[in-house]
Design a protein around this ligand. Structure first.
Ligand code: FAD
Length: 391
């Protein structure tokens, strides 16, 4: 295969795609555009909030990709021009492509929480749903919270990045409170009718390990925020807390806007090679896509999408057929304390009739109970995926 491939976004999806394009077709000219200097991992970032890990533990270099021959461009991709087949950059010259991979992750829909729709408000009320400066800032706010203070976290309607992530966050912060601020409480304002992932495992951990600390409220979508009075506003009432962590509803990262064709939020793709249904020749992977049924927005899935997309891009450029029977998998570990974790796993196989990836019955599953071994597995999983993505 010969040609120029540009990848926008060096997260779990984009960095993996760039690496595997060069591994499988070293003759390709592969350029990765990423705005940030380093890769900061959302997986394990909840342990940073709990003070179990620090930000350096989840910060990784992009240098490993250079070793594979990927050209790294640290810049902001400003626009995709499908006619000229170029990506416009904030600082550098436009980048021409024969095939483009777009992997920008998510952006937040603050329009649906008007009181937070300003940079001043967003600097005060954090999401920490992209690991980085907000992770460090929320950790500091948690440390500053008085013993007896309430921490409230909001969960947006599905689909959002990492379905079990908010409940892992609650668990490890509950452990921090139990140890350091035993009179403090956690309030979960979930917009959904129920906990969407590993419900029984999370609630058992909260009831047993942190009795009286965690309160869960379903159907409690945050629809506004009163910054002056520090109150979250749901459809039914106003909620008081000392510290809010509002996770807003989400959409595909802004650069993907011309490709968005599902619910005004997500990019529709075909599930053999993740090619956009809106604009041919452009592949979209990771959290930005309208996922297949029961497919979570996870780093593990983004890494798997990346390999299918890289393989398809190489096939297109070589003029050979794209793999017609892909099968990929997902495991999401969640810490319920610093020592114990649980997991949910699934296998997704292409169904030619449905033209999508469907879960394979009998494959995958859920932990029987929280345990220490899975905490070791969870850390090993993180090290492995960081290495597979970046090294
Ligand atoms: P990202 O990893 O967000 O990458 C997108 C990249 O694109 C970013 O680096 C961004 O800077 C860059 N970018 C975007 N737009 C531009 C532009 N215009 N120009 C230049 N660069 C741009 N997943 C798991 O599998 N397991 C877990 O245990 C897990 N735990 C999580 C815990 C938390 C608290 C959170 C928030 C998420 C967790 N996830 C987990 C989910 C996982 O982080 C995401 O699903 C994953 O990051 C998605 O990968 P992505 O490549 O689509 O997006």
């Amino acid at each position: 295969a010969r040609g120029r491939v540009v990848v926008i976004g060096g997260g779990f999806g984009g960095a993996t795609a760039a690496k595997y394009l060069k591994k499988w077709a070293p003759e390709l000219d592969v350029t990765l555009v990423e705005r940030n200097a380093n890769f900061i991992s959302c997986p394990i970032s909840n342990l940073v909030l709990a003070g179990v890990k620090n930000i350096d533990d989840i910060t990784l270099s992009y240098d490993g990709l250079k070793g594979h021959g990927v050209r790294l461009v640290r810049d902001e991709a400003l626009a995709i021009d499908p006619d000229k087949r170029q990506v416009r950059l904030a600082n550098g010259e436009p980048l021409p492509w024969d095939r483009l991979i777009v992997a920008p992750g998510i952006d937040f829909l603050y329009d649906s929480i008007p009181g937070l729709n300003s940079s001043e408000a967003q600097a005060q009320v954090l999401h920490a749903w992209k690991a980085g400066p907000q992770t460090v800032a929320l950790r500091q706010k948690l440390q500053a919270l008085r013993n007896g203070g309430t921490f409230a976290i909001s969960v947006p309607l599905m689909p959002y990045r990492c379905p079990p992530g908010p409940f892992e966050r609650v668990s490890v912060i509950a452990e921090y409170f139990k140890q350091h601020k035993p009179r403090s409480k956690i309030l979960i304002l979930d917009a959904n009718p129920d906990i969407v992932s590993k419900k029984a495992l999370f609630t058992e951990a909260w009831n047993t390990l942190y009795p009286g600390i965690v309160e869960y409220r379903n159907n409690s979508e945050v629809v506004d925020f009163d910054l002056r009075r520090n109150r979250a506003i749901t459809e039914f009432n106003e909620v008081k807390a000392d510290l809010f962590n509002i996770i807003p509803p989400q959409r595909a990262g802004a650069i993907a806007t011309p490709l968005i064709n599902v619910n005004d939020r997500w990019v529709g793709v075909e599930f053999l090679g993740f090619e956009s249904k809106a604009i041919p020749g452009i592949h979209v992977i990771g959290d930005a896509i309208a996922a297949a049924p029961k497919m979570p927005k996870s780093g593990f899935m983004a890494n798997n999408h990346a390999k299918l997309a890289a393989d398809a891009v190489i096939a297109h450029l070589a003029g050979i057929p794209v793999n017609s029977s892909p099968i990929i998998a997902n495991t999401c570990y969640s810490f319920v304390s610093a020592q114990e974790a649980v997991h949910v796993a699934s296998v997704h196989k292409f169904d030619p009739k449905e033209q999508t990836l469907v879960t394979v019955d009998g494959a995958g599953g859920l932990s029987a109970s929280r345990n220490r071994l899975e905490a070791d597995y969870a850390l090993a999983w993180a090290r492995n995926i960081w290495s597979d993505t970046l090294k």
